[in-house]
Write a new protein. Sequence first.
Length: 378
Amino acid sequence: MQISQATKVTLLLLSMVTMMSNVAIVTSLPHLKEHFPGVKEIEFLSRLMITLPSLSIALLAPFLGHFLHRIKRRSATVAALLLFALAGSGGLYLEGIEALLFSRALLGVAIAVLMIVTTALVGDYFAQASRHRYMGMQRAFTSIGGLFFLIGGGLLSDFGWRFPFGLYLVGLLFIPLTLLFLVEPSKPLDEPEEEVRPPLFGIYALAFVLMLIFYILPTQMPFLMINHFGASGTLTGAIISTAFLANALGALSFARLKKHYDYGTIYIIGIAIVGIGFLLIGSVKEVHLFFFTSPIMGFGGGVLMTNVTAWMLSRSHQSRRIKSSGYLTSALFLGQFFSPILFHPLVMHFGVQAFFGVIGAVLLGIVVLLGAVKKVRG
């Protein structure tokens, strides 16, 4: 399917919006304890501010995938951008932790639609060979976009915890671009309708595990740097943004890795890199050293995210692509939601920095075990 450069850029911008869904406010979260001093478990609830959209997405994405299969991609995108801007900016004007959490749940609905549509459109617009290159560029673009939103959120949070929520209004700017340049896909491009594809449950499970691990970075790092090391919101945003920049480089490396390794091997390589990043974060004694340790974790995450999405698209038939994208989106965001919940007891037991070291050691142990199994089978 031939599409213009304007359409490609529009798709990149829409992908960027999904990335900023949570990172824009990560540096605001530690300040909620000061604004809600009487609320019990406010640290836990503040972490839910970043992951509640993930639960909403995880629960609704499979159903939305079946629903969106019947309507036009462009109409769904415009509606999602409107909801994204209105619900996402709720922190500017809402009072009460319950109202804030509800707005984050509504934000999740918008993000789910955007994630499903943009992922399916990559499969619609590009054939297998060019898809890998574009997906690397798409992931890199979203990571760099996340970098700017993260830095912007960090700067704004130093003036007040509400201000970063205003960044979500950028969704309104993308509506005209969507109406002008987003192209409805034509009938199936290069795949016979009767072709049978294997089940994708294994890929969905790996996507869940990936996000369960990777989402430790935005949910735990701000608390480590601000509460433990005394870093400002600006410095915290700058440090975490280096992980997003490295994430972009990891995504761009995917196409080259795919020429030499299969999807399963690339997944193991990515987990090993993330594990090393965890171990190093757990050993840092001076806050500025995070500028060197966080990018390692980010690079591995970029490889993993691009790999798992490409893996799904390679095994999903054109006629079921938007439904498969819905299930993948659900798995990814279910991992996001459960990440702080499952790991909260470990953080409380070990302390947030030692927790990073423990997770890193476990991941590298798993990689060694998988490598041994692969060698025996090979």
